[in-house]
Design a protein around this ligand. Structure first.
Ligand code: NFC
Length: 614
């Protein structure tokens, strides 16, 4: 048994170390540890502050899923204080959130995950003419643009399309550029990868060249996807908000107004770009590569996804009057709230467990443990619901090596700066894969009887991909490939959600409603002396919750359970693994000292350790 350390895991946000014990003869990973190696302390920064300021502080938890922590905070404070935001503010927040989803997923696939599958070095032996042909073939074979419904049609047909760029000259030029980089011996952003790993030979050279070209192409275009943040929130990352609504006033014919005809035009162009990049690059590339992997039987890495997944639900169609009273979930167009166990047995045999408004305030449902984390709880306390949550850091060092220079983590004691969240005492995987499993199960088992357009689209996407890959949903979804595929599908739904809420915003403004904020409960003298609230967001990496206890106008306690906390957590008190650890244990490694498969399965979660530890 060989113990292998990968530290740091690169091409992620934050600081992650993993350790595996591999049986070198069989390649089977027998045990695995995931450790967040840096701590931030933002929950302590958020204590004893004016609740109206908190979105700005906690948004700094992450610059990648920027906006989600601000949104979760606003929703928590508004839940606690009984504030209902105007329609326009809800539409605008949804457009900002969905455009973040697309941006986050597309950057993950091309810039953080793609190089686990494709190699710039392998791209050098591709034939550019054949690559041009391949790109056209891939688009024709995996054309998934027809999955969107009428509700999300754009009114702007004048938008110039990016695609196709499939010419021999284009691919020759990219190949020359990459060749110069490789020949210089200074791979720069492409350095320090195991380019000689045999898994890179699974794909033909033309796939490598096509994907590397799209990597460079989309690196250039990704910033335009978050233009809605700049228009509605003034900037990206970390756009501006206000408790009670949005701070951007609407005046359609005033060229100096934050929102006017011209700026809404820029938002719609950005949404059209997002749809175009997802439909014509991201999904065809992903399906083409995924199909090869599934055909070659490379479908391990599911881990906890086979046993237990959880999602929170999002995108309220209209204004709602609270989260913990259940109204939020009644209004969501993606009612993915709930837990599904044993999806790997098939959608009919999977077990659905409801998770609704009041459950989020109930310690029987959600809780956090610190048995294996570098934190302490008050004497005798084993687990805490976030509304009573405590963040008290206590670093005890590794098992071997020194506190400064670690050799191995202490799997029997504490080994991570991340707490272990639990649902009814057990770990759960979150993320787009979890969201897709929950929606699919709820619709197919008749738990959702009247699917929204978004829920129907998710089911259509899953059934289409099952057809393309030639295996049923419970087979491909509960794998590392499935995790990456669902993220791409989620980006497609998110781009359509942006368009849907853009259309609603424009027609509401046309009907004469330009209100963006309700300030009637903005002053602390209008608040209850003691109030508690929860804010939920289905963030790019999964279910995000912020909990606040407000006392005498200040935040008495503020706690977050973040998607990457669920997935990256160390073992629970009962020694149950979280999703990263379980997925590694469900993976085979060809070369113990070059565990590319481990990098791939960990990247399939799109780790954000800055978020996870907060
Ligand atoms: Ni950072 Fe976030 C974490 C997301 O997991 N998605 O909720 C926040 O980061 O990317």
């Amino acid at each position: 048994m060989k113990r292998v350390v990968v530290d740091p895991i690169s091409r992620i946000e934050g600081h992650l170390r993993v350790e595996i014990k591999v049986d070198e003869a069989s390649g089977k990973v027998e045990d695995a540890l995931s450790s967040g190696t840096a701590w931030r302390g933002i929950e302590l920064v958020a204590k004893d502050r004016d609740p109206r300021d908190l979105w700005a502080f906690v948004q700094r938890i992450c610059g990648v899923c920027t906006t989600t922590h601000a949104l979760a905070s606003l929703r928590a404070v508004e839940d606690a204080l009984g504030i209902t935001i105007p329609k326009n503010a809800n539409y605008i927040r949804n457009i900002m959130h969905s455009s973040l989803d697309v941006h986050d997923h597309i950057v993950h696939f091309y810039h953080l995950h793609a190089l686990d599958w494709v190699s710039p070095v392998a791209a050098l032996s591709a034939d550019p003419a054949k690559t041009a042909q391949l790109q056209n073939d891939v688009l024709a074979t995996y054309n998934v643009s027809g999955l969107a419904p009428a509700e999300t049609a754009s009114k702007d047909s004048a938008y110039p399309k990016e695609f196709p760029k499939a010419t021999t000259a284009y691919f020759t030029a990219v190949q020359q550029k990459v060749k110069k980089i490789v020949e210089s011996g200074q791979l720069g952003i492409f350095s320090a990868q195991w380019w000689d790993h045999p898994d890179y030979n699974l794909l033909p050279p033309e796939v490598h060249l096509m994907a590397v070209s799209h990597y460079l192409n989309i690196l250039d275009r990704q910033r335009d996807i978050v233009i809605p943040h700049v228009v509605f929130g003034g900037k990206n990352p970390h756009p501006h908000y206000i408790v009670g609504g949005m701070p951007c006033s609407i005046s359609m014919n005033d060229m100096n107004a934050p929102i006017n005809t011209q700026r809404l035009g820029a938002v719609e162009q950005s949404i059209a770009l997002a749809k175009d990049l997802v439909d014509n690059f991201y999904l065809p590339d992903l399906l083409a590569i995924g199909k090869i992997y599934v055909e070659k039987g490379m479908i391990d890495g599911g881990g906890l996804a086979k046993k237990r997944v959880m999602s929170y639900g999002d995108y309220p169609d209209d204004t709602y009057t609270g989260t913990s009273n259940g109204d939020y979930h009644k209004k969501c167009i993606v009612r993915s709230n709930g837990v599904v166990e044993n999806f790997a047995l098939g959608v009919d045999k999977a077990t659905f467990i409801p998770l609704e408004g009041k459950d989020f305030m109930d310690p029987q449902y959600l809780s956090e443990e610190v048995d294996h984390s570098w934190f302490t709880y008050p004497d005798g306390t084993k687990t805490l619901h976030p509304i009573e949550g405590v963040t008290d850091p206590k670093f005890t060092g590794p098992k071997s090596g020194t506190k400064e220079k670690w050799e191995f983590l202490d799997e029997d004691k504490k080994y991570s700066w991340i707490k272990s969240p639990t649902f009814k005492g057990k770990t759960a995987e979150v993320g787009p894969l979890a969201k897709y499993i929950v929606v699919y199960t709820k619709v197919k088992q008749g738990i959702i009887k009247d699917p929204t357009w978004a829920e129907s689209m998710i089911v259509r996407q899953i059934d289409t991909v099952s057809q393309v890959l030639g295996v049923p949903a419970h087979v491909w979804m509960t794998t590392m490939v499935g995790r990456t595929a669902c993220r791409g599908l989620d980006a497609q739904v998110a781009a359509n959600i942006s368009q849907y809420f853009f259309n609603k915003l424009v027609s509401n403004i046309k009907n004469g409603d330009t209100t963006v904020a309700d300030m009637t409960k903005f002053e602390p003298n209008t608040w209850d002396k003691d109030a508690k609230g929860v804010g939920l967001v289905d963030a790019p990496r999964g279910g995000l919750g912020h909990w606040i206890h407000i006392k005498d106008g200040r935040s008495a306690n503020y706690q977050c359970i973040v998607p990457s906390t669920w997935n990256a957590c160390p073992k629970t008190a009962a020694n149950e693994h979280g999703a990263y650890e379980d997925s590694m244990i469900d993976t085979h490694v060809k070369i113990a000292d070059k565990p590319l498969e481990i990098l791939k399965v960990i990247h399939s979660f799109d780790p954000c350790l800055a978020c996870a530890t907060h």
